[in-house]
Design a protein around this ligand. Structure first.
Ligand code: HEC
Ligand code: HEC
Ligand code: HEC
Ligand code: HEC
Ligand code: HEC
Ligand code: HEC
Ligand code: HEC
Ligand code: HEC
Ligand code: HEC
Ligand code: HEC
Length: 310
């Protein structure tokens, strides 16, 4: 029956306007007419979108809701495409021939909620990344929305970060070549909002430290004796993704500490003329080096913890 309708339409079209390109009009028959050719067995099957939340016909806000043109809500008025049996392109193409702002505008027409409020000024928008660079709207389980598969979507463009998450000490994010248990598994979006944020580096929180305290609350303090660099920025000493040094450190102790505490004698300060015990070289470089004694590097709450030793 659908095919009959299609043939009738084709006939009318050919009779009325032979040769000239028909104006951009809706076929008015999506999704059924489209699925005639783009069904399970067709070339370029597209039926799976009907299994996604965006295909709920009962919800007037979805593309498939009353009056929203279904497939053509995204693919544009495609009567010509239908009439030409697919030879003419659909009304709107999600590929490199269409500017990224125009592609995003289709989605933003309906998606302007809270989490994407920062999209206009976000790095991804500015870099020309489109909604559909990350989202597979035709797939029933959009991989970027699931904890286990999300990182792979990001790694398509962020190869360097993939390498970081393969290092010996790293945050437990799923990469293709590690097999974590699901306990404690993190997604990029535990820390980042890919749609944009107020914070640096698309972080969900306003500062790096606020982001870390989300899960490492015990490092927030306040401490009786603060260690200034920890209060200031955790990444003074830690990489956020992964490192080949234990505890995701940017360098091994004692070198880590000596980046800032540079004097060759102990105590390590620029004007220390005296050797305060211990000045045993071995103690300062073996094992946990400086942390053999200064084991409260994040801050101390002990009354005599001023030197971060207890
Ligand atoms: C009579 C068969 C037929 C119907 C009906 C049909 N299409 Fe197509 N469609 C095709 C063919 C054939 C192609 C492949 C064209 C090509 O390879 O260049 C295609 C390609 C497409 C593409 C990919 C275009 C590209 O260049 O990337 C989209 C999107 C599309 N159709 C959407 C639709 C929509 C939406 C409808 C319903 C309004 C629809 N089609 C109805 C046959 C059809
Ligand atoms: C929410 C917007 C949206 C709706 C609704 C939608 N599509 Fe698409 N479609 C896209 C986007 C974006 C792409 C390109 C990227 C991709 O494949 O995910 C695409 C790609 C396609 C392609 C090309 C696939 C390929 O393998 O190259 C076809 C054909 C297609 N859609 C047909 C349809 C049909 C038929 C419907 C209705 C049943 C439909 N689309 C509904 C957004 C949509
Ligand atoms: C006509 C309005 C409309 C358009 C156009 C539209 N969407 Fe949606 N979309 C919705 C509604 C309504 C929902 C279901 C409720 C919700 O999650 O917000 C939805 C759901 C989603 C979801 C969540 C899916 C899930 O599995 O939970 C994603 C992701 C999404 N849309 C992305 C897109 C992208 C990308 C585009 C552009 C290619 C787009 N949408 C175009 C209305 C639309
Ligand atoms: C860089 C990748 C990326 C881009 C680009 C992107 N998204 Fe998302 N989107 C995600 C991820 C990841 C999630 C899951 C968020 C979460 O789990 O906190 C998501 C979630 C969503 C959701 C469903 C959950 C919600 O927050 O309501 C919608 C709808 C959505 N995105 C729409 C869009 C639209 C529209 C655009 C373009 C303006 C876009 N996205 C661009 C990665 C992206
Ligand atoms: C289509 C390519 C692409 C995809 C997919 C992609 N990104 Fe990006 N992303 C970029 C580009 C381009 C930049 C800007 C240059 C750079 O920093 O590498 C960027 C930058 C970033 C930044 C740094 C932002 C800043 O302001 O410094 C973060 C964080 C980020 N992306 C996270 C993600 C996450 C998380 C995902 C997956 C949900 C993702 N990206 C998916 C292309 C992509
Ligand atoms: C535990 C929190 C956390 C997780 C999980 C996380 N990131 Fe990050 N990411 C950060 C922090 C912190 C920065 C540094 C921000 C800054 O310096 O402004 C960062 C920076 C980035 C940058 C900017 C370039 C750079 O390396 O400084 C990109 C791109 C990025 N992350 C991508 C990702 C991707 C992709 C994932 C998931 C595979 C991910 N991140 C998971 C915390 C995280
Ligand atoms: C969303 C939660 C979350 C956030 C946010 C987070 N972490 Fe973690 N962090 C974890 C989990 C989970 C582990 C692994 C714990 C385990 O293996 O027992 C971990 C482990 C660590 C470790 C120990 C690594 C090792 O090899 O033992 C360090 C150091 C660390 N995180 C630092 C940071 C820093 C710095 C930040 C901020 C940039 C941060 N974390 C943000 C969840 C988080
Ligand atoms: C001055 C360097 C330095 C700074 C700054 C720093 N850390 Fe650490 N962190 C270390 C060292 C060294 C270790 C290993 C401790 C050990 O071996 O005794 C460590 C270990 C950790 C661990 C794993 C072991 C544990 O104690 O739970 C976490 C989690 C952690 N740091 C989080 C943070 C967070 C969050 C911040 C920011 C508030 C931060 N660090 C700032 C040096 C630092
Ligand atoms: C990014 C620079 C930086 C790094 C790296 C760093 N520190 Fe510090 N540290 C400081 C600053 C700044 C102070 C505060 C100095 C002051 O108050 O005079 C401080 C104070 C201290 C104190 C207390 C000294 C005093 O005078 O009360 C100790 C002990 C200490 N650091 C040990 C360490 C150890 C051990 C490491 C390596 C795990 C380390 N620091 C790494 C910058 C750093
Ligand atoms: C064997 C234990 C031990 C080791 C190892 C050690 N320290 Fe100390 N450090 C101390 C003690 C004890 C003090 C306190 C001396 C005092 O109260 O006057 C101190 C004091 C300090 C101070 C404060 C100096 C001042 O001027 O008040 C700094 C900074 C410091 N250490 C850094 C380091 C660094 C960096 C390393 C590694 C290269 C290190 N320490 C290794 C025991 C140690």
């Amino acid at each position: 029956m659908l095919l009959a309708g299609l043939l009738a339409l084709t006939a009318t079209c050919l009779a009325a306007d032979e040769g000239a390109a028909p104006p951009a009009e809706y076929s008015g028959m999506a999704p059924k007419i489209c699925l005639n050719c783009h069904g399970e067995k067709g070339a370029l099957p597209a039926h799976e979108i009907l299994m996604t939340p965006m295909a709920l016909t009962g919800d007037p806000n979805t593309p498939f809701g009353e009056g929203n043109h279904a497939c053509e809500g995204c693919h544009g008025p495609s009567k010509a495409h239908v009439m030409s049996m697919g030879r003419e392109a659909p009304g709107f193409l999600f590929d490199e021939t269409t500017a990224s702002e125009d592609q995003n505008a289709i989605c933003l027409d309906c998606h302007q909620q809270e989490t994407r409020f920062h999209w206009p000024g976000s790095t991804h928008n500015i870099e020309g990344v489109t909604c559909v660079s990350c989202h597979s709207v035709h797939q029933p389980d959009d991989p970027v929305l699931a904890l286990e598969t999300q990182p792979q979507v990001c790694f398509q463009c962020h190869k360097e970060q993939r390498a970081q998450f393969l290092r010996q000490s790293r945050h437990p994010v799923q990469t293709s070549s590690n097999a974590y248990s699901h306990t404690g598994l993190l997604a990029c979006t535990d820390c980042h909002n890919p749609h944009g944020s107020d914070g640096p580096g698309l972080l969900r929180r306003n500062t790096i430290n606020e982001q870390c305290y989300d899960c490492h609350a015990e490092k927030r303090g306040p401490y009786l004796w603060e260690h200034q660099p920890a209060r200031e920025d955790c990444t003074n000493c830690h990489t956020p993704h992964g490192s080949n040094h234990p505890n995701m450190l940017v360098a091994r102790s004692p070198w880590l500490c000596q980046q800032c505490h540079a004097a060759p004698f102990h105590p390590s300060s620029a004007y220390s003329g005296v050797d305060v015990p211990p000045n045993d070289f071995d103690q300062r470089v073996v094992g946990k080096a400086c942390m053999n004694c200064h084991n409260q590097v994040h801050g101390s709450n002990h009354p005599s913890g001023i030197r971060l030793t207890r």
